[in-house]
Design a protein around this ligand. Structure first.
Ligand SMILES: [Zn+2]
Length: 288
């Protein structure tokens, strides 16, 4: 069971479509389901109409998902319940540190851990981490081992503005949706240990992870809405699909270049070889 979980902050760009395609191919290659989740918890960032545009774009490329679309915002009560349980078990504490206080401390030093603050409008909730290694074997990036308390510190599961943190929601969603294979960008590699730690606390099984190399521009910056990467060109899905298969190093045969996207997909499912991307962290699209 695989999934694609875009944020509805704007249209899909090439980098997000590339992730969608890889997770789709991987699920289909293993005769698995491919689920779609809209990562819409960070409501101030959601753009009007973006969810619909994302769904239409995926359909244009023949990336048809299974079942109903899962909107995170419809599961707020469930996240709150689990937060309350963890709070009751004293895994969480209220943190009142300002952004300014923490500006020069990338690793949270635990200032509020023993302060006993009441959880109110001026506090975020942090999860207590432990001094032990969290380990996993990524299908492409290899063995990863992190000590959370030393490398990240206690981390936020609910922000000061009451928004549920990505790290927290994603673990619950993957479990709810029974995802057992996560294929996503290597920009999330560094936060995977936090998610494993939460899975362990909650008694959830660990999915298998495949972190794809990021598509970067000529300056080495990740393509994203922030860097104003152009929306994926869905007026010519066949040429975009061919480019994506080349970026995924799948070596599509030249005669497929002008074939309909659906036909290219059929070929790509049958020939899917994720290991062509082994140990690569970043790739650049060819210049036209
Ligand atoms: Zn604090």
């Amino acid at each position: 069971m695989g999934r694609f979980a875009p944020s509805p902050t704007g249209p899909l760009h090439l980098g997000s479509l590339y992730t969608a395609l890889a997770s789709y191919l991987d699920a289909r290659r293993h005769n698995g389901l491919w689920l779609l989740r809209i990562d819409d918890l960070d409501t101030p960032r959601n753009a009007d109409g973006a969810s619909d545009a994302i769904l239409r774009c995926l359909e244009r490329f023949g990336l048809h998902w299974d079942g109903n679309v899962y909107f995170q915002i419809q599961h707020l009560e469930h996240y709150q319940q689990i937060l309350a349980t963890l709070q009751h078990q004293q895994w969480l504490y209220a943190c009142r540190c300002s952004r300014k206080t923490l500006a020069n401390t990338p690793i949270y030093p635990g200032y509020c851990r023993e302060a006993g603050f009441v959880d109110d409008e001026s506090s975020a909730l942090r999860l207590k981490t432990q001094d032990r290694q969290i380990e996993f074997d990524d299908a492409l990036q290899g063995f990863i081992s992190q000590n959370l308390i030393r490398e990240h510190g206690d981390f936020i599961v609910r922000r000061k503005d009451r928004i549920i943190a990505y790290q927290f929601a994603v673990v619950i969603d993957d479990y709810n949706q029974r995802i057992n294979h996560v294929v996503r960008g290597a920009d999330l590699l560094d936060s995977t240990a936090k998610q494993l730690y939460l899975q362990q606390l909650l008694g959830y099984p660990m999915p298998r992870y495949t972190h794809l190399p990021l598509i970067v521009d000529q300056q080495g910056n990740k393509l994203s809405k922030q860097t104003l990467a152009a929306p994926a060109d869905d007026s010519h899905p066949e040429s975009t699909m061919f480019l994506l298969l080349r970026l995924l190093r799948q070596n599509p045969p030249a005669e497929l270049a002008n074939a309909p996207a659906e036909l290219q997909l059929q070929w790509a499912i049958a020939h899917w070889k994720p290991l062509a991307l082994k140990k690569i962290r970043a790739i650049q699209p060819p210049i036209h």
